[in-house]
Design a protein around this ligand. Structure first.
Ligand SMILES: C[S@@+](CC[C@H](N)C(=O)[O-])C[C@H]1O[C@@H](n2cnc3c(N)ncnc32)[C@H](O)[C@@H]1O
Length: 194
């Protein structure tokens, strides 16, 4: 995994500067996640829990297991209800918790994996989804038109893929996909296990 160190103290300022549509992305992830009223949720790259909080607010019956590779980001989590939340230090590249989960979600974390890493993760996500579960991916994509690039990409820590590549890998994992929302270099994909 790349060496970039997340700092929860500067995280929100960094988001506001580099991803001005982060609040809208969170809104769209929460809307896509809430459909179907999932009860068991796995959040990959939960960070300090900002998007997880939005999802749990929309789903008062749900419990969430969050995984992140940054101890600092996990330690900064202060708003998630401990009765409904478990946080674990872990990498997206490592074996996933067995589940099954009604919902697997990930916001702005999967683009840190390269193409084969994303395809591998999508297959492992499909394996831990319940039979009617869904994966909601909100992330950076490489837009078809370079004029739509908003977020600075260093191609070291950030290795986004195109929307089409990710839809292909999700289909290869056996999931039925639909683009819930896209704006410039951000997208929310719903991948359903039928
Ligand atoms: C931009 S933040 C997003 C945090 C959270 N999902 C949100 O929406 O606020 C990206 C998070 O992904 C985590 N991350 C990046 N690469 C990871 C990996 N390979 N395994 C686990 N976590 C990773 C980082 O530690 C960081 O907390």
């Amino acid at each position: 995994m790349p060496d970039f160190e997340w700092d929860p103290e500067t995280y929100q300022a960094l988001m506001a500067e580099e991803i001005p549509d982060y609040p809208r992305l969170q809104t769209e992830v929460a809307a896509a996640a809430a459909a179907g009223a999932p009860k068991s949720i796995l959040d990959l790259g939960v960070g300090s829990g900002l998007t997880a909080q939005r999802v749990l607010d929309a789903l008062p019956e749900a419990g969430l297991l969050g995984i992140d590779a940054s101890p600092e980001m996990l330690a900064a989590e202060v708003t998630l209800d401990p009765e409904r939340t478990e946080l674990r230090l872990g990498r997206l590249e490592d074996p996933l918790p067995r589940g099954p989960f009604d919902l697997v979600m990930s916001t702005l974390a999967v683009h840190h994996l390269d193409g084969p890493g994303k395809a591998d993760l999508f297959a492992r996500i499909a394996a831990v989804l319940d039979s009617a579960g869904r994966f909601v991916l909100g992330d950076l994509v490489v837009p078809a038109d370079p004029a739509d690039i908003v977020t600075p990409i260093d191609w070291i820590d950030d290795t986004p893929s195109s929307l089409d590549e990710q839809l292909t890998w999700l289909a290869e994992a056996g999931l039925t996909t639909r683009v819930h929302w896209q704006h410039r270099d951000l997208a929310v994909i719903i991948a359903q296990k039928d």
